[in-house]
Design a protein around this ligand. Structure first.
Ligand SMILES: [Ca+2]
Length: 268
């Protein structure tokens, strides 16, 4: 959003008031009013409402006009802070117009991954994959079996026995409480029951230790479903989330995952 009000100096001349006194110079009074540019920039996704405290909403902001800015994050996004002529993280916050003014509202996501804009076999930037076959059995594919919109993430069968994982970048949970993870998934099973485990774990020490939040030892196919997990034990922490396969990869066909979302509530 960008609001541009052209700076203008109004020179109002009151003059030529002729009094009845012949021969007097006419009195000249100059009144200057300043009107300033206001530019609002957005980083991330959200909007900024402007509330004017002492003047009606107008096209131009006079010197001294008090403006209150209210940042409103789009769903799944969070307000972080102001920068420019307004700083800090108070919301709403305001200032009195005293010069051309530029403010930036910063919004952030915790984690919101729908795997869009990726091509076959890729993983999102900053994510990692590893384990058996160097994790190359994980990759984006142009389908929607997990219940989201194509493309989606897919773990494919192979003929090794062991473990393989897909891991998010570091997620910054500082200043957040009530963290929750949700994702869609669908399992296309292949062979014998109970030959492998699918799971989700979280680590805050770079993989030295993991906390398991969900796992299943499938007996057969799992229809598309959404899994929601309370991961609030990681409130305020910096952490990575890991999806893992453990067991005989010849017994699975494909595991599809989509629409991974982490939400929480800001402390301030
Ligand atoms: Ca998707």
């Amino acid at each position: 959003m960008k609001i541009l009000i052209r700076k203008k100096i109004l020179l109002i001349v009151f003059g030529l008031i002729f009094l009845s006194l012949a021969g007097c110079d006419p009195p000249l009074i100059e009144v200057e009013e300043f009107e300033y540019d206001l530019n609002i920039n957005i980083v991330g996704e959200g909007t900024v409402d402007i509330i004017i405290e002492v003047a009606p909403l107008a096209e131009k902001y006079d010197k001294g006009t008090v403006l209150i800015f209210k940042a409103q994050a789009k769903e799944g996004w969070y307000f972080s802070h102001w920068s420019g002529d307004l700083t800090g993280n108070k919301n709403p916050d305001g200032l009195a117009m005293a010069k051309d003014t530029v403010i930036t509202a910063h919004f952030f996501e915790i984690l919101n991954e729908d795997f869009s804009l990726l091509t076959f076999g890729e993983i999102p930037q900053g994510w990692t994959r590893g384990g058996m076959n160097e994790g190359l059995d994980w990759g984006v594919t142009n389908s929607s079996f997990a219940g989201g919109e194509a493309p989606e993430m897919r773990f494919s069968w192979n003929n090794w026995e062991g473990s393989s994982f897909l891991e998010t970048p570091e997620i910054d949970g500082s200043g957040l409480t009530g963290l929750e993870l949700s994702f869609k998934h669908h399992l296309a099973h292949w062979g014998e029951p109970e030959k492998y485990i699918l799971g989700v774990s979280v680590t805050k020490d770079g993989g030295s230790s993991y906390t398991n939040f969900w796992s299943v030892q499938p007996l057969g196919n799992i229809p598309a479903e959404t899994i929601t997990l309370d991961i609030s034990s990681f409130d305020g922490e910096t952490f990575n989330i890991v999806w893992f396969f453990l067991g005989d990869s010849g017994q699975i066909d494909f595991w599809y995952i989509d629409d991974i979302l982490v939400t929480g509530t800001p402390n301030n």
